[in-house]
Write a protein that binds this ligand. Structure first.
Ligand SMILES: *Cc1c(COP(=O)(O)O)cnc(C)c1O
Length: 357
């Protein structure tokens, strides 16, 4: 299928002139900088925050490229993955006219971002076991469908999508296919970044918020063709990643091997948690997970959720979500946190027993 980014983009995007920041015009480090109306003195705390950060985060991209096996020009960094989602909507979808295709149950931000931008949403639900329906998905596409969002491993179900189904969608859809791999580090499935050169209509999102433990800094990654990345860079706010974030992410990248250790312990804890949950009679089903959380079916999710909350153990009630009737989404915590969760669930179990006639 022919992918033509010029046909896919909102027409006016093609004629936008980028904001030219002072730091775009002179990239040297040495000099007397009187070009950006910055304060020559440091912040009230004494910290050197007075200069604007690198708008294109060159140092991070130089280190990240080899780790992810992609070129620098194939990387976009955003203020969380959420910024990339929003920019994609704004670049490709004409409000009130175009639509995006969502596959519920899935990550809520795609819908929120589409709604904010007045972009219509089409939906094709996943199967009962949370897999894609490629035939139905491709049939649901119309001339105004610009983006299909696939989340794999999926939030909130935790499973990974079949690779062959994703490939069928990539092959059969002329618009943009976004694969959100926020949880890919917890999966044995290789990233779709290896397919970027094969599919010009592919964009892979990852994040520093989960496996890297940097949710507080707000930084997400998008990998795609240089053509698509250029568009995201064109329409982003110039200084979308703070200098402090850039500095700490760089330091984290220097310690990338630590991520593997942390992921390994979370996976070990996930296994222990799953085994222990199985021993609680109220737990009816634990869905297979390739992520750092478990989707768990119980008879009365709301009651269990309320009980846990009173015990100051906060999980996510997903009962109202498509195909997730009576399901709680439980993030894998530390060994101690998981133990306390299990204790509270067992207490709830015995309470329910005494209450029942
Ligand atoms: C947590 C999560 C993200 C990460 O979002 P950030 O804005 O980068 O923190 C992205 N996608 C999914 C499906 C997630 O669950």
């Amino acid at each position: 299928m022919a992918f033509d980014i010029k046909k896919l983009l909102r027409p006016h995007i093609l004629s936008i002139k980028p904001y030219s920041s002072a730091r775009d015009e002179y990239s040297g480090k040495e000099g007397i900088f009187l070009d950006a109306n910055e304060n020559p003195y440091s912040a009230p705390t004494g910290e050197a925050f007075n200069r604007y950060p690198d708008p294109y985060q060159h140092l991070i991209k130089e280190r990240l490229g080899p780790i992810k096996g992609v070129g620098k020009e194939q990387i976009f960094l955003g203020n969380g993955s959420d910024e990339a989602i929003d920019l994609l909507m704004r670049a490709f979808c004409v409000p009130g006219k175009d639509n995006v295709l969502l596959l519920p149950p899935t990550y809520g931000m795609y819908e929120v971002s589409a709604s904010i931008n007045d972009i219509a949403i089409k939906r094709v639900s996943l199967t009962e076991d949370f897999q894609l329906k490629p035939k139905e998905i491709l049939e649901a596409v119309d001339e105004h469908t610009k983006i299909i969002f696939i989340c794999s491993p999926n939030n909130p179900s935790g499973n990974k999508m079949r690779r062959s189904d994703i490939l069928a969608i990539l092959n059969g859809f002329e618009g943009l296919v976004v694969i959100d791999e926020a949880y890919v580090d917890f999966s044995d499935e290789p990233s779709f970044t290896t397919e970027l050169n094969e599919f010009p209509n592919l964009l892979v999102m990852q994040t520093f918020s989960k496996a890297w433990g940097l949710a507080n800094l707000r930084i997400g990654m998008a990998f795609a063709s240089a053509e698509i990345i250029r568009v995201l860079n064109l329409i982003k706010p110039p200084y979308n990643i703070s200098g402090l974030t850039q500095e700490r992410v760089l330091a984290s990248l220097e310690n990338a091997e630590k991520v593997k250790e942390v992921v390994a312990s979370i996976l070990k804890e996930r296994e222990v948690l799953e085994k222990s949950l199985k021993r609680i009679p109220l737990v009816q089903k634990i869905y297979p997970s390739h992520a750092n959380f478990l989707l768990v079916k119980v008879p009365a999710a709301k009651e269990m959720y309320d009980y846990l909350t009173r015990e100051k153990i906060i999980v996510r009630d997903r009962s109202k979500v498509t195909l997730c009737d009576n399901c709680l989404r439980i993030t894998v915590g530390t060994q101690d946190e998981n133990r306390r969760l299990l204790e509270a669930m067992s207490e709830f179990q015995s309470l329910v027993k005494t209450l029942k006639p």
